[in-house]
Design a protein around this ligand. Structure first.
Ligand code: SF4
Length: 427
């Protein structure tokens, strides 16, 4: 039964980055894939600016630009582009991503993908538009599209499938740790190549590595009868210990990783001493917020608010248990958050891309939440990187302190420009 931890739903923006951004890590992870986005110049600018890939680097993603003529045709034509992609990049699988404009135009994406798909090179529809998805959620859509291509494992095949894309070094660390504990591994979803997808069946234990994949996990349970591990996510010493102990228990292996956890905390003591007692405010939109806040709390920080775009009571159950007593907010209202930040004066704000720099400009110690998505912070191997991301901003701010960049807060107000102080409700 999911816990009854209370959270508030406000009326703020769902996200600051849309689902297309997940292409940035997924095209690198699935090395024989191609991502085609049916979109507008806005989508093309987003990808070019956020992913910063030069044209001559021949990245394995592209935007098929909708032109005026497409507005009057029943379905956009992409057959020529698909042929060119196959000729130039020779992918094993092509993902066709939706975006806002064609969704408003009611383009029938399933049919469009089907019309250009072949058994040799499937074209899979992936819902990813900014209307519905924050950027990390599109990985959930990609994994759902891949699921039919995972071989069916027989019931007696009892092995682990790690769910969620992590870089190769972190994936190796998880495979090694499983071997060390004597746990059998079938593979990773997504795999590095389309034809290496792991077999999944009723004996499979799905071990989610990312907290933004509830739909794929649910589908694996419903359609393949797999068991989804319900533990903390493997972030930080506390999360890793719980993750591996509970995963081992599924295979009848009893392990006590208390010493391993203590050693990991000891290794990052220099960081946790800096974090202890500090007030941290999560205002980001990556969907990593719950496990990161739980880790910081275990590290001795005081989490005064944890906002996130979406909370799933079942998938996030164990994280919610550990956050009992923290102010939890879904789709936070930014005006209210600014007032709270001004009143509560956190020592560190984990913010989204829109607000990080303005907050820093005001002297608030703010960290861009997206950096956590693109950093190797999972598992035992990721503990130092994870804690370092939190303390780096605080150390940097401490170095800048002599320049007089401390925030100019008074209760309930926030400066609008250096020297100005106005009520937040007017800002
Ligand atoms: Fe903007 Fe929508 Fe395109 Fe994302 S999908 S870049 S939100 S227009």
């Amino acid at each position: 039964m999911p816990p009854k931890v209370q959270f508030t739903r406000e009326d703020g923006l769902y996200h600051s980055f849309c689902g297309l951004v997940s292409v940035g890590w997924l095209y690198q992870k699935i090395k024989d894939s191609f991502f085609l986005i049916l979109g507008t110049h806005t989508c093309a600018h987003l990808l070019q600016n956020t992913l910063g890939v030069m044209i001559f680097a021949r990245p394995r993603f592209a935007v098929s630009l909708l032109e005026e003529a497409d507005l009057s045709s029943s379905q956009p034509q992409i057959a020529d582009q698909i042929a060119e992609i196959k000729r130039e990049h020779k992918p094993s699988v092509i993902f066709l991503l939706s975006s806002c404009t064609p969704e408003v135009m009611k383009v029938e994406f399933e049919g469009l993908a089907h019309s250009v798909s072949t058994p040799e090179v499937p074209v899979l529809f992936v819902p990813a538009s900014g209307l519905d998805f924050t950027f990390s959620q599109s990985e959930d859509s990609v994994l759902q599209a891949l699921l039919p291509f995972c071989p069916v494992a027989p019931p007696e095949d009892k092995r682990i499938v790690f769910l969620g894309s992590v870089n190769d070094a972190i994936a190796d660390d998880f495979a090694l740790e499983a071997a060390r504990l004597g746990l059998p591994v079938a593979g990773f979803l997504p795999a590095n190549h389309f034809h290496e997808l792991p077999p999944i069946g009723p004996g499979t234990v799905i071990a989610p590595l990312q907290p933004f994949l509830p739909k794929a996990a649910n589908l694996l349970a419903n359609e393949r009868g797999a068991t989804v591990l319900s533990s903390l996510f493997p972030f930080g010493p506390d999360g890793c210990r719980n993750f591996w102990e509970e995963l081992a228990a599924h295979f009848g292996v009893k392990v006590d990783l208390a010493e391993r956890e203590a050693a990991a905390w000891e290794r990052i003591k220099e960081h946790t001493e800096l974090l202890r007692g500090k007030k941290v405010f999560f205002a980001a939109d990556t969907l990593l917020e719950l496990p990161l806040a739980r880790f910081l709390r275990a590290a001795g920080a005081e989490v005064i608010e944890c906002s996130t775009p979406y909370i799933n009571r079942r998938f996030h159950a164990r994280e919610l248990e550990r956050l009992d007593g923290v102010r939890l907010v879904e789709q936070a209202n930014f005006e209210r958050q600014l007032r709270s930040i001004a009143e509560e004066q956190p020592d560190l704000v984990i913010s989204n891309i829109i607000t990080a720099n303005p907050l820093i400009g005001r002297g608030v110690v703010a960290k861009w939440g997206t950096e956590f998505i693109f950093s190797p912070i999972h598992g035992w191997a990721g503990v130092n990187t994870l804690v370092g991301l939190f303390t780096k901003s605080m150390r940097r701010h401490a170095r800048l302190d002599p320049l007089g960049l401390d925030p100019v807060w008074t209760a309930g107000v926030m400066p609008s420009a250096p020297g100005d102080v106005i009520p937040l409700t007017q800002g």
